[in-house]
Ligand binder design. Structure first.
Ligand code: SAM
Length: 292
């Protein structure tokens, strides 16, 4: 947990902060459940944050918060060299009204499979608002393969990716994964937000090419884009049934109110890998016998 001053504010991230002079203090803490996600607390206000991979740069005008290292408590002794001050960390506010992944996290989703070090295939990247936060979360050891078919949004996505070395922007139709198979390896997770009637099929198709067995998916279902003739709950149930048929085992579903109406995020696992039963010492031997 870091303590420090709110140097947030719009634009260049400058601003007043710190404890001195009775100014309000911002405290940043890691999210209790989701690695790579942070929460800032100031009085009764809380915001979701990610650690900015590119300090000093906002992607879509979001607020930034700098948090300094805690003040050195020991006094400097005579002749002792000045200790180097740990650099400030800069976080970006992640607005749940602008990102379905953020809305799912604020809404209390149990598992977020966008994690530090993971490889994530992101379908429906648009100009990269949420992709940029996913890039912060997976960090320098992870990768985001971001697919968007609109050339207009794709241009912004490509521009943003120039500053973020862990994003591979792909301006293609997610219905044709063969077109980008040379760019995408096997991934740990797929996040999908394409708002299309055939999106369950798009997910299954991409999973069959790129998602490892036991990998996870997170998909945003916007009811009226999938079927405007049914009520939202019926659309969500239909989508889950389609996914099950394609070995995409749903594990959790959360609706996104109050951030989005008639949206649900479904989280699940692809081709779960069977675990050997505990205490079944003979299992490996049995397996060998079978193979002989
Ligand atoms: N996920 C984005 C975010 O949070 O910043 C917003 C995504 S927006 C709801 C849906 C995006 O999916 C649009 O930009 C649209 O062009 C894109 N899209 C829809 N169908 C697609 C497809 N078949 N292949 C690639 N992108 C698609």
């Amino acid at each position: 947990m870091g303590k420090g001053g709110d140097k947030g504010g719009k634009g260049k991230g400058k601003g007043k902060g710190g404890k001195k002079g009775g100014k309000r203090q911002v405290v940043v803490e890691p999210h209790m459940r989701h690695a790579g996600v942070f929460i800032s607390k100031k009085d009764k206000e809380q915001s979701l944050l990610t650690l900015n991979m590119v300090p000093g740069v906002s992607v879509y005008g979001e607020k930034r918060i700098s948090v300094g290292a805690p003040a050195e408590e020991e006094e400097k002794k005579d002749g002792e060299e000045e200790k180097e001050k740990a650099p400030d960390k800069e976080y970006r506010v992640w607005n749940p009204f602008r990102s379905k992944l953020a809305a799912a996290i604020v809404g209390g989703i149990g598992n977020c499979w966008v994690q530090p070090g993971s490889k994530v295939l992101y379908l429906g990247a648009a100009s990269g608002t949420t992709v940029s936060h996913v890039s912060d979360v997976v960090g320098p050891e992870g990768w985001v393969y971001a697919v968007e078919f609109s050339h207009r949004s794709g241009r912004d996505l490509v521009e943003m990716s120039k500053k973020r070395a862990n994003i591979v922007p792909i301006v293609e139709d997610a219905r044709y994964p063969l077109k980008y198979r040379m760019l995408v390896p096997m991934v740990d997770a797929i996040f999908m937000d394409v708002a299309q009637p055939d999106q369950a099929r798009i997910l299954a198709h991409n999973a069959s090419y790129f998602l490892k067995n036991g990998g996870h998916y997170m998909v945003s279902n916007k009811a009226n884009c999938i079927d405007s003739t049914l009520d939202a709950a019926a659309v969500f149930a239909d989508e889950v049934a389609k996914m099950k048929k394609d070995k995409l085992k749903p594990q959790e579903q959360i609706t996104l109110e109050p951030f989005e109406r008639d949206h649900a995020v479904v989280v699940g696992i692809y081709r779960p890998v069977k675990k050997e039963k505990k205490g079944d010492e003979e299992a490996p031997a049995k397996k060998r016998k079978k193979e002989e």
